[in-house]
Write a protein that binds this ligand. Sequence first.
Ligand code: CA
Length: 255
Amino acid sequence: MPRKIHRLFIFGWLCTFLRQTGASYEGVRILVVEDERSAARMIAKGLREHGHAVDVVGDGEAAVRLAADTTYDLILLDLLLPVRNGLDVCRDLRARGIAVPVMMLTARDAVGDRVTGLDAGADDYLTKPFHFDELLARIRALARRRALPLLPARVECGRLTLNTRTQEAFVDGEPIDLTAREYALLEYLCRNEGAVISRQEIAEHVWDNRYDPTTNVIDVYVQRLRRKIDREPESFIRTRRGAGYQLIGVHAVSR
Ligand code: CA
C-alpha cells in the first residue's frame, strides 16, 4: 500500500478509535516498537488519549533495552525493524525471562510469519493495516488471558463514580470535565482506594518515560483534580506527607 494511503488508513482508524468507547481495561503501560514514525505517533496518541502510558522506540535494540529496564504491561512490536527485527527482540526478551505480553504488528500476512512470530514467544499477531478497534479488542483479549489489570465498567468510590468505558467521572451523579491524564490519575487512585500511593507509583502507572521526576507535575495534577472533584468542605484525595496520596471515597472525608 502506498505510504500516503497507509497513513490515511491509520488516521481513519484513529478517528474511529477516538469515537469508540469500548476499552474497559484500565490505563496500562505500553511500549510501542515501530520504526515508521507517523504510524508510531498515531498509535501512541490514540492510546494516550485513552489514558494509557505509552513509550515509543523505533528500533529493536532500544526496545530490548527499555523492556529490560521497565515493567510494561504490553509490548506492541513491529516485525520489520532496524538494528534487530521483531522476532529477534521477542526471542531475546523470552530468553531473559521477560514474560511481558507481546503483540506483533506487521505488514506481512503470510501464515509462515505468524507461526514464526508465535514460536518466537509473541502472544498475538496483528497484520497491518489493521483497524484500531481490532487492536483494542485484541489488547482486551490479551489482557484477559494474561491477567492484565482489568476494571469493571463502573467503579464507585463513595460519591465518586467512574465509567471506565466512556472515561467519565461523576460526583453525586454530576459529570466532571477531565482531561485524559486527569482521568487516568483519578482512575488509578480509585482503583487503589484507601491505599497510600507514592508519586513513584503514580509516575509508573499514569505517566510514561516523558515523566520528569524533577518537576512537581503530579502534585499539580492532584491539585487540579481536587478543584474539579471536591465538594466543600470535603476532599477525596488526602496528602500523606512524605508518602504520597490516598483517595478516600467511601465517606468523602473532611480536609
Ligand atoms: Ca517496520
